[in-house]
Design a binder for this molecule. Structure first.
Ligand code: PEP
Length: 255
């Protein structure tokens, strides 16, 4: 049985004070929850203060991006080692905003995933189709291609370190959530693909999150789907009450 995993992607939001307050508020509200894995992913510059606010809590820390080289002349980039130094357990890789606004390719994403795992980080690997791709009936092929390319060359052991986040691009930050049925259809396809690439046992162990305007009101119905193992949450993770509510709902769905 896969333990649900809910992560908050704070994107380029908050300042130092509000980031720490948000983290401290979550730590307090979620201290009893042990049936859901929880993470928050603040901007790089707030990792350390947020880590302090989360010490002794059950909330893990993640980063929103990483660079695939260990060190060197890469102005403005951050390495896996640096993230580990700043208490990160997870790292979001291939978020649609990085794919479509910063031009990240499947090959770059694959390299980042492999490097992150070797460095002891757990990648949250994002995939998802654009609206025009969905309208053209290409959702399954686009997402399958992203999954294959992102995991290319990863053996079983490394694949088991990955969480996949299915995030239809048209649903991110738009208020338009995929219906639970639409999401389940893609999650099921991804799991079948994992069984084809690896085997059924690996496919049953890898967690697949849904992301795209997830909020308290739709958490229960999304989490009730058999192949939805958690959520990657943007906007709603910026409000402690909403994010805590979603995690508690997921914990109840579990019980
Ligand atoms: C995200 O940024 O990964 C995301 C899903 O954002 P939102 O929940 O705001 O749609």
């Amino acid at each position: 049985m896969r333990k649900p995993f809910i992560a908050g992607n704070w994107k380029m939001n908050n300042n130092c004070q509000t980031a720490v307050e948000l983290a401290a508020g979550l730590a307090l509200q979620l201290k009893e929850v042990d049936s859901v894995d929880i993470a928050v992913c603040p901007p790089f510059v707030y990792l350390q203060p947020v880590a302090n606010a989360l010490s002794f809590s059950n909330i893990a820390l993640g980063a929103q991006n990483v660079y695939a080289e260990p060190n060197g002349a890469f102005t403005g980039e951050i390495s896996c080692e640096m993230l580990r130094d700043n208490c990160c357990t997870y790292v979001i890789i291939g978020h649609s905003e990085r794919r479509h606004k910063m031009g990240e390719t499947d090959e770059m994403i694959n390299k980042k995933i492999a490097t992150a795992i070797v460095s002891g980080l757990l990648p949250i690997f994002c995939v998802g189709e654009l609206l025009e791709q969905r309208k053209a009936g290409k959702t399954q092929t686009v997402v399958a291609d992203q999954v294959r390319k992102g995991l290319d060359g990863l053996g079983v052991e490394k694949a088991l370190a990955v969480t996949i986040a299915y995030e239809p691009v048209w649903a991110i930050g738009t208020g338009k959530t995929a219906t639970p049925e639409q999401a389940q259809q893609v999650h099921k396809m991804i799991r079948q693909l994992l069984a084809d690439i690896y085997d059924q046992s690996v496919a049953q162990q890898i967690r697949i999150q849904y992301g795209g305007s997830a909020k308290p009101a739709n958490t229960a119905e999304l989490m009730a789907k058999p192949d939805i193992d958690g959520l990657l949450v943007g906007g709603a993770s910026l409000k402690a009450d909403d994010f805590a509510d979603m995690i508690k709902t997921a914990a109840e769905t579990q019980n």
